[in-house]
Design a binder for this molecule. Sequence first.
Ligand code: MN
Length: 355
Amino acid sequence: MSATSLPQRPYRRIATEEAFSPPQMLEIYRRILDKPDVDVGFKHLMGFYMQSPSERAQHIMRCLVDLDDLRLQHMDEAGVDVQVIGLTSPGVQIMDKDTAVAFAPVANDLLADAMRRHPDRLVGMIAVAPQDPQAAAREIERGVQQLGMHSVVINSHTQGEYLSDPKFWPIFEAAQALDTPIYLHPNAMPASMIQHFIEAGLDGAIYGFGVETGLHALRLITAGVFDRFPKLQIILGHMGEALPFWAYRLDYMHAATVKSQRYPSVQPLQRKPSDYLRENFHITNSGVAWGPALKFTQDFMGPDRVLYAMDYPYQYAPQEVEILENLDMAPQVRKAFFQDNAERLFKIAPAKPSI
Ligand code: MN
């Protein structure tokens, strides 16, 4: 089915936090899951999806590995014209360094092949291995210059390490130089923080992902990443992992913490935490089809920094497209949300006119 057979509407729907997994990556995951010392968060995340007999898990696995007919069929059924696709969490970040550095380009090449097969429908994000920041920087450059991708996906922490550590900053240097936003996507929590969430069944997308990814984003702010890389853009899903709602308290308490010199890690910044959120971040609504939260986020961020996302296949819920469609929103804001902001941020070529 081609894009021209989709119902006409005054904009393209571009979903910006959609996931895939090469079958080859699942083979590597199986070997990791077989190890006696497998990371508890990884076991709870991909161990569940890959091994559960539940219909939901098996359906998600079928969708994850498909970059052709099944995916396009689901996009058509939901009225999604374009998917912006990232390597599903935790990507290569759970692998040992050598395997991760070797596999990221394999995954990117497979995604680039799919983009060539479906140029109007699929847009890729560049997967990188933060385990080797220099190699990651080179892969960003290759992704932009050779694969025609213009964004990066990083699945939050890498085996308990955060990008606030300056050893990772060659990645930010490359992203800023090449004007590639980084989608900071959730990962399962590191072992050091997950236990209290698991015992309550709250470690996953229901809550834990947002807590951990929100922490990661705040660590970038307080570490001064955006003073060092003022043009860097980070994308957060799930309505900004609730950070817009925190903005007032973050500003107040950051100023108070700096003043009291309570932590060596909290130093004065050039701007307020909320300024960085508004100027160095974009937010998608992935997984949150809820009008009041979307309106608040658009008010806080400005309508040009809030984008549509479905979170396919983990939250394939076509009725949510309709909910969002029917929200009380000015036509130009709706078009910015579904189309314009994504085209600008991910450098997506305009649709060819249908004849
Ligand atoms: Mn997601």
